[in-house]
Design a binder for this molecule. Structure first.
Ligand code: FE2
Length: 331
């Protein structure tokens, strides 16, 4: 990168859009980087400021940059030099397909399935701190990615429902999921237990679950019903603010409940049921702090997974929606 491009990039591309209240913070390629190499050099040079801005804005949306393949996206996301978080090692319940070792499809759930707001893998003991999305092809209709500021959800809950919030904070949450014997593509949570747990047989699965503090039950169809240990419902962010960091909304609205079972997908950490009126209130509050990422070809979004929830709207039309994901650790 020449010094000229670097100066131009600093002065016209990024700095003017760096305001804390912009959500998402859209960074346009107004300088007109034509090559991926120029773009990556610029990202590396600016990564400190970009990360600083992300820590307050929650989402950076890069638009108009030359990103047109999974390999380009891999290079783009690698420029930030975060630590790796692979799909294989995760306990994600979504079915995904790897495109490169660190880039995979967002979720193979059918187009008409809505994926409700959630923090990525907050229902498991291990989660990525950052998520990159890349749109290679937007849907003809719908398919937006809603993003929601969970720090603002926390603040509103602390004003409107302080007793409930302190209960969430002190007890945490338990999640109950059903993992099929093999991957099911017709669901947003269809990843089979062998793949989810990276195991080959029932014995190995049980050993893994035991080590992670889960309880479990094998069902007649060889599915696995697993209940997590109590996991935090609130996260303290690096700046000291708090975030309503969990999967309550997705579990309440989207996860299938087990037939003939009275156990809901999410309860307090001691097993107590969460009342429906508070669940509905959480959904309503979150909707007020949600905005949509309306994808354009080549968009890359960087999401702070601890501050911001995301989801996926249903979609339709002739265009095949192609949105890829890469997960990352802070270091
Ligand atoms: Fe997700």
């Amino acid at each position: 990168m020449t010094p000229e491009i670097f100066v131009k990039a600093r002065s016209t591309l990024f700095i003017p859009s760096m305001t804390e209240n912009t959500f998402p913070n859209i960074i346009q390629n107004t300088t007109g980087f034509q090559s991926l190499t120029e773009t990556i050099n610029w990202l590396q040079a600016e990564s400190f400021d970009l990360k600083k801005n992300l820590s307050t804005s929650g989402v950076l949306l890069f638009r108009g940059f030359p990103v047109s393949s999974a390999e380009d996206f891999d290079s783009f996301s690698s420029a930030f030099n975060y630590g790796e978080f692979t799909y294989q090692e995760s306990l994600s319940n979504a079915v995904r397909i790897n495109k490169t070792p660190k880039v995979f499809t967002a979720n193979e759930a059918p187009a008409d399935v809505e994926i409700f707001l959630h923090h990525e893998m907050a229902q498991t003991p291990s989660y990525p701190e950052k998520i990159f999305f890349c749109c290679l092809s937007p849907a003809s209709k719908g398919g937006e990615t809603p993003v929601c500021r969970s720090d603002k959800v926390f603040n509103e809950l602390s004003e409107k429902h302080p007793k409930w919030l302190s209960k969430f904070e002190s007890l945490g949450l338990k999640y109950t999921t059903v993992m099929p014997p093999s991957d099911e593509l017709n669901s947003g949570q269809g990843r089979g237990w062998r793949s989810t747990l990276s195991v080959y047989d029932e014995k190995e699965a049980e050993e893994k679950l035991k080590a992670l503090g889960y309880s479990w039950k094998w069902l007649k169809d060889k599915s696995l019903l697993a209940t997590s240990p109590a996991l935090p419902a609130i996260s303290v962010l690096p700046d000291g603010s708090k975030s309503f960091f969990n999967q309550i909304i997705a579990a309440y609205r989207g996860w299938k409940t087990l037939e003939n079972s009275s156990v809901p997908p999410v309860t307090f950490g001691d097993g107590e049921f969460i009342e429906e009126n508070i669940l509905n209130s959480i959904v309503a509050i979150a909707s007020r702090f949600t905005t949509l990422l309306e994808w354009k070809t080549g968009d890359v979004a960087l999401v702070d997974n601890r501050r911001v929830m995301h989801g996926r709207h249903p979609y339709s039309g002739v265009n095949k929606r192609e949105v890829l994901v890469s997960l990352a650790r802070d270091s």
